[in-house]
Design a protein around this ligand. Structure first.
Ligand SMILES: *Cc1c(COP(=O)(O)O)cnc(C)c1O
Length: 377
């Protein structure tokens, strides 16, 4: 069986974790935490990094920093992981959905302005499967309406965006450098893993301190057991940070390999007429976190049937996200009644991603491609 994801754990990863264990600093204090935070923040061109126990808790902490009031609204894509909606809801806000762009699969930024109300407080931009959101228009809308931008770069370590691509001043910037606060996950299938883990990166001193405080039960620096706010224990351990640091130190190599893998899949698969492949815009350098394929409307197979046929040929896949508007857990809260998101529905029914982990070999990629040719041509 070719697994959908398999991480690469290198020699240095093991050395750092062992060094951490031998030092005795196994909880959330220690040098690996600090070095991982500063190394990753610097890679993202940011002043502060705040590690957390997961990408989900990083999103929750970032949203907690905004002090939402009941009824405050946060605009999020419907085609994403539930962590995005949960972060808004657990902090007392209301998620407002945007449909997906049919080609990048990220939120369709043309639809944002229509959904802004007096209650809107923030926009959450999620770079889906490694492709950046078109951030310029989103950032402009946020600025005009005085909104915070939460950038979820959990699937986009090292992806780049050509900022100012419609103007004279253009500059390639990294995903994770564009939000008021930007969030990463270091789950085992992400480009950098710490086992479980996450990080908020930001240039805002106040928000960085606040995030540090919230993830650590809001202990007061002056008087430890006095609490002025409600916090969480969302701390990462030094052992996780040791693994994360070793992984972060070879990010350039990882990104180059992932981009090469994506390009190889595209070469192998582009003659299969019934599927749509991931794209790259002139303004994006995507990292193909997971290589998605989408059956075109004309085809009679759906993603579920295709996944079954691939399993029979020894190839594991994962279905695309199911939109937030289609989640019973959220509908039961009275959210998204009578709302339609046709692009996201099309993606969920017809999309899946094929093996994309860092341990995948070129030979395995050819086997995946041969299997797809066999089934679809
Ligand atoms: C993985 C992921 C998360 C959640 O990260 P965890 O570390 O699994 O909690 C959040 N947002 C996106 C877009 C993700 O892909």
């Amino acid at each position: 069986m070719i697994p959908v994801n398999e991480p690469v754990i290198g020699v240095r990863d093991q050395e750092y974790v062992l060094e951490c264990l031998q030092s005795g600093w196994v909880s959330s204090a220690g040098k690996f935490i600090e070095t991982f935070e500063s190394t990753w923040a610097q890679y993202c061109d940011r002043q502060h990094g705040v590690t957390t126990s997961s990408g989900t808790s990083a999103l929750q902490t970032a949203l907690a920093c905004l002090d939402l009031k009941p009824g405050d609204e946060v605009i999020i894509p419907t085609f994403t992981i539930i962590s995005c909606a949960l972060a808004v809801i657990y902090n007392g806000g209301t998620p407002i959905l945007i449909d997906a762009d049919p080609e990048t699969w990220c939120m369709n930024v043309d639809q944002i302005e229509d959904r802004i109300t007096k209650r809107t407080r923030a926009i959450m931009a999620v770079h889906i499967y490694g492709h950046p959101v078109d951030m310029d228009p989103l950032l402009q809308i946020a600025k005009k309406n005085d909104l915070a931008v939460i950038e979820d770069a959990a699937e986009a370590h090292g992806a780049e965006y050509l900022s100012g691509h419609n103007e004279k001043e253009r500059e390639w910037v990294r995903c994770g450098s564009m939000g008021t606060m930007s969030v990463f996950s270091f789950y085992a299938n992400k480009l950098v893993t710490s086992g479980e883990g996450g990080m908020i990166v930001t240039n805002d001193n106040y928000l960085a301190d606040k995030a540090r405080n919230i993830r650590n039960l809001c202990f007061e620096p002056e008087q430890r057991f006095l609490h002025n706010d409600l916090g969480h224990n969302f701390r990462m351990t030094n052992m996780q940070a040791a693994l994360g640091l070793a992984q972060a130190e070879r990010i350039e190599e990882t990104v180059n390999w992932k981009r090469k893998m994506g390009q190889m899949y595209t070469e192998h698969l582009s003659d299969i007429e019934v599927i749509q492949l991931p794209i790259e815009r002139p303004w994006s350098r995507q990292i193909y976190w997971m290589y998605g394929i989408l059956l075109k409307k004309s085809h009679d197979l759906n993603a579920h049937d295709l996944a079954d046929k691939l399993i029979d040929l020894g190839i594991q896949t994962r279905p695309f996200f199911l939109g937030m508007h289609a989640q019973p857990a959220l509908q039961n809260l009275g959210l998204f009644q009578n709302e339609n998101y046709p692009v996201a529905d099309h993606l969920s029914n017809n999309g899946l991603y094929i093996p994309s982990g860092l341990a995948l070999t070129e030979l395995q990629m050819e086997q995946v491609s041969d299997a797809l040719h066999k089934i679809l041509t």
